[in-house]
Design a protein around this ligand. Structure first.
Ligand code: SF4
Ligand code: SF4
Length: 128
């Protein structure tokens, strides 16, 4: 299960993710992170049965946490199977089936948003 975590890095700069790993014993896979001197946002992946434990632990440390149920959303009726999304996706979420129709492996998506801008038919959206 993927969680989108946002946190302030104000006074003290608590290492939120490291602290939660230590407190819960849950191994957290950081899919992507954007952190500057004042705040941070990270997309993390944790086992489904431990996501609420991780969320609650992070929330107690002052972070905002959203559980993301799915990756990029695909509107098949708008897709023209041009393949533009295939070339920009860093996680190989997209591929063509034997009939050259687009297919998705949504589990791999890290919600980076690159495919959204690349799609000429607005067939892709982020679940935000
Ligand atoms: S949001 Fe990023 S990772 Fe997800 S399908 Fe689009 S390009 Fe790939
Ligand atoms: S870029 Fe858009 S229209 Fe082209 S294959 Fe991907 S989803 Fe379909």
């Amino acid at each position: 299960m993927k969680l989108l975590v946002t946190f302030s890095r104000g006074k003290g700069r608590k290492p939120v993710i490291a602290q939660v790993v230590k407190d819960t014993g849950v191994l957290i896979n950081v899919e992507r992170a954007n952190i500057d001197s004042s705040e941070g946002e990270a997309l993390i992946d944790v086992p489904d049965d431990q996501c609420r434990l991780v969320r609650d632990s992070m929330t107690s440390l002052g972070a905002d946490v959203r559980i993301l149920d799915h990756g990029v959303t695909f509107n098949e009726s708008e897709c023209v199977d041009c393949g533009a999304c295939i070339s920009v996706c860093p996680r190989e979420v997209f591929s063509f089936d034997p009939d050259w129709k687009l297919r998705l492996d949504e589990e791999k998506c890290i919600l980076c948003g690159k495919c959204i801008d690349a799609c000429p038919h607005r067939a892709l959206t982020l679940p935000l």
